[in-house]
Ligand binder design. Sequence first.
Ligand SMILES: Nc1ncnc2c1ncn2[C@@H]1O[C@H](COP(=O)(O)OP(=O)(O)O)[C@@H](O)[C@H]1O
Ligand SMILES: Cc1cn([C@H]2C[C@H](O)[C@@H](COP(=O)(O)O)O2)c(=O)[nH]c1=O
Ligand SMILES: [Zn+2]
Length: 199
Amino acid sequence: MHQFPKDIGWIEVICGSMFSGKTEELIRRVKRALYGRQKVRVFKPRIDTRYDETQVVSHSQLKLTSVPVERAEEIFRHLPSDIQVVGIDEVQFFGGEVVQVCEALAQRGVRVICAGLDQDYQGRPFEPMPQLMAVAEYVTKELAICAVCGNPANRSQRIIGSGERVVVGAAGEYEPRCRKCHVPEPTEASPPQTLKLFD
Ligand SMILES: Nc1ncnc2c1ncn2[C@@H]1O[C@H](COP(=O)(O)OP(=O)(O)O)[C@@H](O)[C@H]1O
Ligand SMILES: Cc1cn([C@H]2C[C@H](O)[C@@H](COP(=O)(O)O)O2)c(=O)[nH]c1=O
Ligand SMILES: [Zn+2]
């Protein structure tokens, strides 16, 4: 990946649709920092109790210990003075204040790695992701595989009937879709699939 500079902070954003591998990539980067003997803390919004109350968990069941927080400002309270790397998952669930928090940390010399949805279920930018992407040094966009047609997917199709913007969920509530197959209204799920190498 990038040749990272030393002794200065920066912000990395990992964005994309649901199931695109954002959490896996966050976990990968955090683990590499740990191998590098860096002082690391990982946070997630308390609202995300989907797979676990405290751990960050990917759809493929990779796990990482994290601190759940209600508001982004609480992150400061949980950081040792010699912190080097901060990871934040599901960053779209924090309000605009998370942008100031990330900026303050990066200004202090911390490497901040954020993972979050760039679009909501209707395909609209999911604030505060656009703002965070604008101030970040590095932005990585991940793509899933469309559950309908198999093309690269950058959208999250809601398959349960709710018009609320925030509805915590996983498979059963959402599926990844490409722009051709995505519709802004909640709709029926595509037929279930089993992954088989041979028939
Ligand atoms: N349609 C799909 N396309 C890609 N990955 C999928 C799909 N359905 C399930 N997955 C699983 O989701 C994993 C990614 O999970 P995760 O990192 O939690 O994604 P995200 O955080 O972006 O929602 C993949 O490695 C794969 O095991
Ligand atoms: C599209 C969309 C998603 N959500 C929720 C559903 C999940 O709990 C998270 C995304 O998790 P992932 O790690 O990216 O799979 O966000 C939502 O509340 N509103 C939406 O529009
Ligand atoms: Zn498609």
